[in-house]
Write a protein that binds this ligand. Structure first.
Ligand code: ADP
Length: 422
């Protein structure tokens, strides 16, 4: 293993894995702290859910992930967080970085959430989201991790006792390696790195490819594989994104109520494709259930892919939530969709699109697939992935889409890309 990645959330893990595959690195994503040996791949991404949990728990899980990656021989470790530097005030980012540095016996790393292709740039240590400072962007209203300061040196310094400094873009562009030597001599332990475009990410990759630890969003992953190539001992694979061929039917499960998913569901139905609506209130009253929904779906599947959806407009969701409670409504829908996923796969579905971050988590758990091989992207950040079914050892393909990703034709695009005739 060349690179071992510890990601602080599930969709972020898929995002960085997709970047690595794009650069020719065969990559496997492991879900949760691994309990056995890691799979063989150039890069392994361990997807944790540590962004908003207490810092001590985030540290403990990250150290367990680190131990697994080191045992598998990872040459470099990458702590992946969000490109908007999402963290609570005490942070997971500072404490986890400190713990990983200590465990790796290293006195220097970088911190860089920049992802210019997605409008995340860092200049003079300040994070921009599009044309706005982070603190002026929608992130200031985030329910769990409101980001009210765009100065990342200040944000990170509040989360660590180590000295935080700045690797400026001008130095990065002229002589990054010398600047890192200087920062280290000045006692900087964690350098927030500027990056405004992809060439900055390439320069950063070259300057940091020999550090034991990198902390970053997914953007920096773009610059590492070319640096590994230049150093020898690794070369890109033409087949990094290739998944095992699958036969069998195809379906879509949608539990996301985001604006994008509402539009995607509406388009699927407007195109005259098979769709079955879940009604949370009917589910609650026992008038609807996973078994009857599954039977309806299986009757339609022989003619083509079918969509099962709980996706609804905000007013409708609010009405359901006030009747059942927010958590109970969510759990009821997630449990039903997870049971449907099991039933569909048992009945031969081998290409399954799932919409919704929490929904995807529930489905993956129900299917009991601990790892995913990452394939080609359907849209930025959402690749097809291959799972191995635990009972039969057969491969199946999963596309796990978090709420706001994808264009209006996402479902049909994903299925066509997976070889389904529509
Ligand atoms: P996203 O990625 O868009 O946030 P998630 O799957 O993470 O999607 O979250 C959506 C949540 O809303 C899930 O817990 C899901 O079970 C719940 N949900 C889905 N449909 C409805 C509905 N019609 N009424 C109430 N809750 C719903």
């Amino acid at each position: 293993m060349i690179l071992g990645v510890i990601a602080d959330d599930f969709t972020g893990a898929t995002d960085v894995a997709s970047m690595l595959v794009r650069a020719g690195m065969p990559t496997v994503q492991v879900l949760g702290v691994p309990d056995g040996e890691l799979p063989a791949a150039d890069a392994v991404v361990i997807a944790l859910k540590t962004r908003t949990i207490p810092a001590a728990d985030a540290v403990a899980q990250s150290l367990q992930a680190l131990a697994a990656l080191r045992a598998a021989g990872a040459r470099q470790i990458y702590f992946k967080y969000c490109s908007t530097f999402d963290s609570t005030a005490e942070g997971n980012i500072g404490p986890v970085t400190d713990a990983l540095m200590q465990a790796l016996s290293t006195d220097f790393t970088i911190a860089c959430p920049a992802f210019p292709e997605n409008g995340r740039t860092v200049f003079r240590g300040h994070l921009f989201v599009g044309d706005e400072l982070l603190s002026d962007s929608g992130m200031k209203h985030h329910p769990l991790t409101p980001m009210t300061d765009a100065n990342l040196v200040r944000v990170l310094q509040a989360q660590t006792a180590q000295n935080v400094g700045l690797l400026r873009v001008d130095a990065l562009r002229t002589n990054a390696a010398a600047q890192i030597v200087q920062l280290r001599a000045d006692g900087v332990r964690i350098a927030v790195a500027d990056a405004i475009d992809n060439s900055d990410l390439l320069a950063l990759g070259e300057a940091c490819a020999d550090l034991p630890l990198i902390t970053a969003g997914s953007g920096v992953a773009l610059g590492l594989p070319p640096a590994y190539l230049r150093r020898g001992g690794w070369s890109p694979s033409d087949t990094a994104a290739q998944l095992s061929p699958v036969q069998g039917t195809a379906a879509v499960l949608s539990g996301s109520c985001s604006q994008a998913t509402n539009a995607q569901v509406a388009r699927w139905i407007a195109d005259g494709r098979a769709a079955i609506a879940l009604d949370p209130l009917a589910l609650h009253r026992g008038e609807q259930g996973a078994a009857t929904l599954l039977a309806q779906a299986l009757a339609l599947l022989s003619q083509g892919p079918v969509l099962l959806y709980a996706t609804a407009a905000p007013d409708n969701v609010k009405a359901v939530q006030s009747a059942l409670g927010v958590e109970a409504a969510g759990a009821l829908v997630e449990d039903t969709l997870a049971a449907l996923a099991q039933g569909l796969v048992t009945a031969g579905v081998r290409r399954l699109v799932v919409a919704g971050g929490e929904t995807s988590g529930a489905v993956v758990q129900a299917l009991n697939v601990p790892q995913l091989r990452i394939g080609s992207p359907i849209c930025p950040g959402v690749p097809w992935t291959e799972a191995t079914l635990p009972d039969s050892g057969e491969p199946m393909w999963l596309a796990l889409k978090s709420g706001n990703f994808g264009g209006v034709d996402f479902f049909a695009d994903a299925l066509r890309q997976a070889g389904v005739t529509l």
